[in-house]
Design a protein around this ligand. Structure first.
Ligand code: PLP
Length: 465
């Protein structure tokens, strides 16, 4: 294929994209294939001879969409959303076309400088204080790993980087039992070890208990451990639990611990001032992560980290060998020094496109609609004697059980969930709450309407046995 053919095929692919979105609402959300069925449709070995692009495109259209789960479907209520706003799709196609690598300022000046401006636009949009800077990573998992590595090195006075962990004091990291598994992964990868991530129990409000945190830190100090940091959670993945950020940060600060707030999903809601009470005190955090690639529509991957002071993280992660030096301009920001990988994508462009194409008004309206429709739907289940509303969070996430008389609710709920997901009109996932198997409903697709959300109740009524 020649670059000279690209324009022709991009036009063809634009036509395909247009048709895909026109018919998306009528597709089953999940494919019906069994594991292995798709791979069996592909030749086992690569072609020796070049093939015409027309054949490749035809095979794409024939094979791939039918074997995909359609995340932009208006009735996708599983997991959390991974929204791709139209303006984001457009921006990503331009980024792809330039094929640039944004590891250093000089390898893509516009990417670095737009990233700085977009992080500040988002800081303002979320109502965070002046002084936070930040960067864009691939995922919240990476951001949390970076924050935990920074906690480690701060506690070890930056000796872990050179001397390793084998002779080091035993570190301790604290989080509630509602935090995401990326925190567990972070402490494992950082060489701190799973046993040194202490999960503090939550109180009735689903916040880490500040007294419990203080007691644990005191006990650990008495036992010779070295407390290093606290990971807080705002809008936890399972049921949307949030820590009382101000209270927890106050305890952490008393002991000089580094704090990282994981608001991967719920951070997007903070563009609406009325939700900011749920992370009140966040301005005291050292590090905050939120994923515009979840709810806000700047498609995967786009995970923003705000930092009160990037120095510790840069001292932990940055290296500047001679082949990465920028001659006569050593003071420029090279974002690879803020994160794990060297190579970086130009992720800021989609934020620029989405914030301009929707405006904060448009994004706020979307979030507010989702939250209010979600609460309306939760109420329907709450008022129906066949169902039990198990959890309901201030953002757009609730969970429920199906509880027909004289039947095990866990089994009945699992059977209903399978029936719904095989039906294909909507899609949910499950979680466990105090031993109860629950269906988890997360409202977030950009294209969903109130009717799409409320149709969930009718689908359940049709499919319950
Ligand atoms: C989704 C989620 C994560 C993980 O996000 P990735 O960007 O996929 O790594 C972490 N924490 C919370 C609270 C989440 O909801």
């Amino acid at each position: 294929m020649q670059y000279s053919e690209l324009g022709y095929w991009l036009k063809k692919s634009a036509q395909w994209v247009d048709g895909y979105y026109q018919k998306l609402a009528h597709r089953p959300i999940r494919p019906s294939q069994a594991p292995g069925e798709f791979a069996a449709l592909l030749p086992a070995s690569p072609p020796q001879k070049a093939e015409p692009v027309s054949d490749i495109m035809a095979d794409f259209e024939r094979l791939v969409p039918n074997a995909m789960t359609h995340w932009q479907h208006p009735r996708f209520f599983a997991y959390f959303p991974a929204n791709a706003a139209p303006a984001s799709i457009l921006a990503e196609s331009l980024v792809n076309a330039m094929g640039a690598q944004a590891m250093l300022w000089q390898t893509s000046p516009a990417a670095t400088e737009m990233e700085q401006v977009m992080v500040d636009w988002l800081r303002q949009a979320l109502g965070l204080r002046q002084g936070f800077t930040g960067t864009i990573h691939d995922t919240a998992t990476t951001v949390t790993l970076c924050a935990i590595l920074t906690m480690r090195e701060r506690a070890l006075q930056f000796k872990g980087l050179t001397e390793g962990m084998s002779g080091a004091p035993k570190l301790r990291i604290y989080a509630s039992d509602q935090t995401h598994s990326s925190v567990d992964k972070g402490v494992r990868l950082a060489g701190i070890g799973q046993h040194n991530l202490v999960k503090i129990g939550v109180d009735l409000s689903l916040s880490m208990d500040p007294m419990g945190l203080r007691q644990q830190i005191e006990d650990d100090l008495a036992d010779g451990f070295l407390p290093a940091g606290v990971v807080l959670c705002v809008g936890g993945t399972s049921i949307g639990a949030s820590d009382r950020v101000a209270d927890i940060i106050a305890v952490a600060k008393e002991y000089g611990l580094y704090t990282h707030v994981d608001a991967a999903w719920a951070g997007s809601a903070m563009i609406c001032p009325e939700f900011r009470q749920h992370w009140q005190g966040v301005d005291g955090a050292d590090s905050i992560v939120f994923n515009p690639h979840k709810w806000l529509g700047a498609q995967f991957d786009c995970s923003v980290q705000f930092l009160a002071d990037p120095t510790s993280q840069i001292n932990t992660l940055g290296l500047r060998p001679s082949y990465l030096q920028t001659l006569d301009a050593e003071e420029v920001t090279n974002f690879n020094e803020w994160t794990v990988p060297l190579g970086r994508r130009f992720r800021a462009l989609k934020l620029w496109f989405v914030m301009r194409a929707e405006g904060l008004d448009g994004l706020q309206a979307m979030i507010r609609n989702h939250v209010s429709w979600c609460h309306e739907l939760a109420n329907k289940f709450d008022q129906d004697a066949d169902y039990k509303l198990v959890t309901n969070c201030p953002f757009a996430l609730f969970s429920f059980q199906y509880c027909p008389a004289n039947e095990d609710s866990n089994e009945a709920t699992k059977t209903l969930l399978n029936a719904i997901n095989e039906d294909g009109r909507t899609y949910f996932t499950q979680t466990m709450v105090n031993g109860q198997f629950v269906i988890r409903v997360s409202v977030g697709p950009i294209a969903c309407t109130r009717d799409d959300v409320m149709s969930v109740y009718d689908i359940c009524k049709q499919l319950q046995h």
